[in-house]
Design a protein around this ligand. Structure first.
Ligand code: SF4
Ligand code: SF4
Length: 98
């Protein structure tokens, strides 16, 4: 079993490329959402825009080098995602990472 402390998001990115339906906006203030560059926002404004399962704000290569191009502005659900939690491990497993 992988320990949480061993997980490095910057060499992962799996949870940012796991669902065409994620991340959705939830508890953010309108004013904060307005700061996200519109090219990264879904047409219906429900969340981030994805291409396939991948959030368009994700930079890099899954499992090698990954970063969020709007890190300081990222939605609340992204902030809630913690390395080692159930969603993290499911996303990682889908890319063959422990
Ligand atoms: S799947 Fe887990 S380790 Fe990978 S980027 Fe997301 S939170 Fe970090
Ligand atoms: S906004 Fe950033 S942290 Fe959230 S899914 Fe997209 S790339 Fe990942």
């Amino acid at each position: 079993m992988t320990l949480q402390s061993e997980l490095n998001c910057q060499t992962c990115g799996a949870c940012c490329s796991y669902s065409s339906d994620w991340p959705r906006f939830s508890t953010e203030l309108e004013a904060d959402l307005d700061l996200i560059p519109p090219q990264f926002v879904a047409e219906d404004q429900s969340g981030m825009r994805c291409e396939g399962n991948r959030c368009t704000a994700l930079k890099g290569t899954i499992g090698k080098e990954a970063s969020c191009s709007i890190y300081g502005l990222r939605p609340d659900v992204c902030r809630a995602c913690m390395p080692g939690d159930a969603e993290c491990l499911t996303a990682r497993a889908s890319f063959g990472m422990e």
